[in-house]
Structure formats: C-alpha cells, structure tokens
Design a protein around this ligand. Sequence first.
Ligand code: NAP
Length: 298
Amino acid sequence: MYLIASNSLKNIMKQLGLLGYPVSHSHSPEMINNLAIVKKWDCNYRSYAIKSGSLAEFISRVRDLPISGFNVTIPHKQAILNFCDEYSSEVKTIRAANTICNQDGKLIAYNTDVFGFDYGLKELLGTTRSIKNAIIVGAGGAARAAAYSLVKSGCLKLVIASRDNHRKAEWQRDFATLFSETNLSFCLFDELKSENIIQETDLIVQSTPIGMSPNENETVPFPFHQLRSNHLVFDLVYNPETTKFLQLTEQHGAKIQNGLSMLAAQAAKSLGIWGFDIEVHEVVEVLKEQVNKKEKSV
Ligand code: NAP
C-alpha cells in the first residue's frame, strides 16, 4: 500500500518557476524546459510575473500549491527573505536569495548566484589571476552575491557604484563581518569619472538591469575612455549577449564576459537543490543551442 503511494507521489510532475518583474527577458523557462526534455525529467518551469506589491499574496498561495521550487529575480531577491522559513548559510550572510525550495509549505532560501558568479569569473580570469581591486556597478541582490564571492576569494578593495547611496547603510550593517579585511567604499555613477577609481581596479562588474532587453540601447554612465587592456569587465546581463556596456568597454580595450555562463551555472546549482542533478557544461550546451536558434530566427 505504502509502496504504491510513494511511487505515485514520485510520478507527480514537479512544478518549478521564475518569480520576478519583469521576467519576459529571461532565458530560464525555455532553458530549463529544454533540459527537462533532454534529461527526461518530469518537471515544468514557468514564469511568475509578480510586482512587489503582490509578493506577499503570491507567497501565501505558493505554500499551498504543488510548486516544488522557484528562482527569484529582480526586484525580489532581498524582499523574498521576509517570507522564508529557513536560510542557507550563504543567504544568512548575503541577505539575498535566488532559489527557493518548497518543502511541504516550508520555504527554504538558497543563493546559487554566488556559484554562478564564481563560474563566470573563472572563465574570464583563467586560473592565473586573482582579483584584488574591484568595482561593482549596482547594489542589489546580484551585486551582493558578487561582493561575497570576490571577498571570499581575496579581494582587498571593493567600490560599490550606484545611482544614489540609499543602500549604503544596509551594506555596511549586513556586511560588517564579511568586510572586516576588505576596504569597502561607495560612490555615485558620476563619481567614477572624477577619481582614480578606474585606474586602480582590476575588474568591473555591471550588476544593474540597464541595457537588458528590450532596452538594448541603454548603458550605465561610465568613463569608458579610462579603460585599458588590463581591465576585466563582467556584465551579469545575458540578454542581449553583448550589452551596449560590453560593446563600449571592449572598444576601449577591456576583456569582457557576459552573464550566460553565470546563468547556466546558477541554474545547474538550483536544479540540484530541487533534485535534478546536472553538470554545468550540459546546461551550457542547451543554452548555447537555444541562443543560437534565437539569433538565426531574428
Ligand atoms: P536587483 O536586486 O533588483 O538590483 C538591481 C540594482 O540595479 C539595484 O542596485 C538598482 O538600484 C539598480 N538599478 C536598477 N535599475 C536602475 C536604473 N535604471 N538606473 C540605475 N540603477 C538601476 O536585481 P538583481 O537581481 O541584482 O539583478 C540585476 C541584473 O543582473 C539583472 O539584469 C539580472 O538579469 C542580472 N543577473 C544575471 C544573472 C545571471 O545568471 N547572469 C544572475 C543574477 C542577476 P537601486 O539600488 O537604486 O534600487
């Protein structure tokens, strides 16, 4: 009797998804549904376009629905923590989550952006360099994951550039312990050009949604002319593949990286949390095929 019940439970299709607003730019639903076909997984992944004002209501419904887990994107990566029951150790430090597991109504928060960022950065760096000085443009959830990753791997000086400094106090409070040996400072976008910040840095991480589809002609204001060939630039945006910011930084000699490998790596890690084990390179292959198909159809 018990065996029949557990087998039938096993056969229930797992419902997964992406919670955010906007979500229409995201490659995740197609990517994960394509992976499910290739790997013969019994799961379905859909988008939940939920504005900030409707987050509480969505979460109260999720607890009772057969949704096994979901990813979280702009603008909910920090707000989602108010609704979760348990937190991974990374989430406790970073105070931002991008992956939620629904265990019979109990919501457990994880952050797989850190793993994704590490993976993308290694691709950009190779194995021979480490980052000692970095600038992160933007101060949201992905910026927090990037900062955590950089500090853990020995970054000694980090500048957070944003449109206003309203997140400064939060960062200083949340990361007091993490940054005990790293010099953390804050500036406005405009101030990047007025000081020697660019010359002193090894890496620039672009973590705002500026330039993301459909706003492909936009870029953060940045002193591109100060870039040199020793600069590394990592734009976390993956749609379009080469943002205007990446085009301009590359034109000024920097070595560039987009967010596609990070997307694949964080997805592999999230899928593992939901019980679907997969290697990052398998996700990369499916994602590349999906992106190539899109490019040919345009
Ligand atoms: P988020 O938590 O909402 O943070 C966004 C940050 O960008 C905030 O600091 C926000 O400023 C700033 N920002 C937003 N719009 C802006 C504008 N028009 N002008 C200036 N600043 C603006 O979002 P997130 O989760 O960190 O994601 C940020 C970007 O990274 C998105 O494009 C996302 O797709 C990408 N991402 C990619 C991956 C990947 O796997 N490749 C993973 C994570 C994120 P305020 O601080 O003033 O609100």
